[in-house]
Design a protein around this ligand. Structure first.
Ligand code: UDP
Ligand code: MG
Length: 148
């Protein structure tokens, strides 16, 4: 089954949005396979965002991600990568639809509350980076009420 790496950024943790955000993924029917609160150091943040290293906002982005603890999660389910991006909303909160996490809780692109993998391939890379010891192997007893 497909998995996505979802991270609540330091602003989301500071603003007390952890429950609200995890609740949206849970209620959708996705399965929580990994969850941890941690602070990351600069080289780790740079590795996570290495594809963006040439962008003008890269330095500020790394400062943002290391500015406080983040919640790192692995969510599993059919089409969870693409659907997770829809739940999260557009990168710029001014363009994120109401009802999405960024549309409801963010104003600026540099404080947009949450990260979600943008492809299945990147999800695999990010999960390996953030959860090197693997995730939790379990299935919900609700599976047959969510999948036909
Ligand atoms: N970002 C930024 N300024 C920009 C574009 C992106 O500060 O002009 C930040 C923003 O926090 C974004 C992150 O860099 O979430 C990663 O950018 P990406 O294009 O991968 O957006 P995402 O996949 O997070 O929607
Ligand atoms: Mg991205």
């Amino acid at each position: 089954m497909e998995q996505s790496f979802i991270m609540i950024k330091p602003d989301g943790v500071q603003r007390g949005l952890v429950g609200e955000i995890t609740s949206r993924f849970e209620k959708k029917g996705f399965l929580l396979k990994g969850l941890k609160l941690l602070s990351v150091e600069r080289p780790f943040a740079e590795k996570h965002y290495e594809d963006l290293s040439s962008k003008p906002f890269f330095e500020g982005l790394v400062e943002y991600i290391i500015s406080g603890p983040v919640v790192a999660m692995v969510w599993e389910g059919k089409n969870v990568v693409a659907t997770g991006r829809k739940i999260i909303g557009a990168t710029k909160p001014s363009e994120s639809a109401p009802g999405t996490i960024r549309g409801d809780f963010a104003v600026e692109v540099g404080r947009n509350v949450i990260h979600g993998s943008d492809s299945v391939e990147n999800a695999k890379k990010e999960i390996a980076l953030w959860f090197p010891d693997g995730t939790v192997n379990w299935q919900s007893s609700l599976h047959r009420w969510i999948y036909e």
